[in-house]
Design a protein around this ligand. Structure first.
Ligand code: AKG
Ligand code: FE2
Length: 212
């Protein structure tokens, strides 16, 4: 059987600076899951408000020195969880190391995330096309880890109206984008009803960022 079927350590280039590390997080799934549960006990998943007054369908929380928040005042990073008025839970070493190693494999040496957004997609939930642009410094990549049921990721261009390509994201896949791809529009199509042994019907996504 071809070695390539198992070559999860070899990044697959999807664009000039967008890479798929298929199954890269699989070896860490148990510790990741345990760490995520511990974070969510302290800073629970919640549906944030958009500046326009809508409620987001993806439920979110964060860990690390900074956390992404949205409310009527806008999108931003905050050192405290508005739900608890406490600092966000610390970023567990296994999570930070996974992000740093994934980035390095894709040519982004020295990536030290200070924020990890935790997204939970229930069946039918989507994330519309957007750019990740609340971070201060765009020289750092975004490292995105998928756990649980599969999703279809839309990778667009620099304009919202640009054509998008579809990338299937499976449990354990890690997607990394930076440099000239850092501000590409991207989104997630509605999650199809499925079951996964680790997460049930949900998809959990972790996006590691250098926010501050
Ligand atoms: O869920 C994903 O795969 C992408 C999440 C995302 O784009 C974000 O949190 O900004
Ligand atoms: Fe994003």
């Amino acid at each position: 059987m071809s070695r390539d079927l198992f070559a999860s350590d070899a990044p697959q280039a999807l664009a000039a600076a967008t890479f798929m590390l298929a199954g890269f997080a699989l070896a860490q799934q148990d510790i990741l899951w345990r760490d995520i549960q511990a974070i969510l006990r302290r800073s629970p998943l919640r549906h944030m408000q958009t500046p326009g007054g809508f409620t987001m369908s993806v439920a979110m929380s964060n860990c690390g020195p900074l956390g992404w928040v949205s409310d009527r005042k806008g999108y931003r990073y905050s050192p405290t969880d508005p739900l608890t008025d406490q600092p966000w839970p610390a970023m567990p070493p296994a999570m930070q190391q996974l992000a740093t190693e994934a980035a390095a494999l894709c040519g982004f040496d020295g990536f030290l995330p200070d924020a990890c957004l935790i997204n939970r997609y229930a069946p039918g939930t989507r994330m519309s096309l957007h750019q990740d642009k609340n971070e201060v410094d765009y020289s750092a990549p975004i490292v995105s880890v998928s756990l649980g049921v599969s999703a279809v990721f839309q990778l667009g261009g620099m304009q919202r109206s640009d054509k998008t390509s579809r990338i299937s994201l499976q449990h354990g896949d890690v997607l990394v984008w930076g440099d000239e791809d850092r501000l590409r529009f991207h989104g997630v199509l509605p999650i199809k009803p499925q079951q996964h042994p680790l997460t049930g019907e949900d998809r959990i996504n972790l996006t590691f960022r250098k926010a501050g």
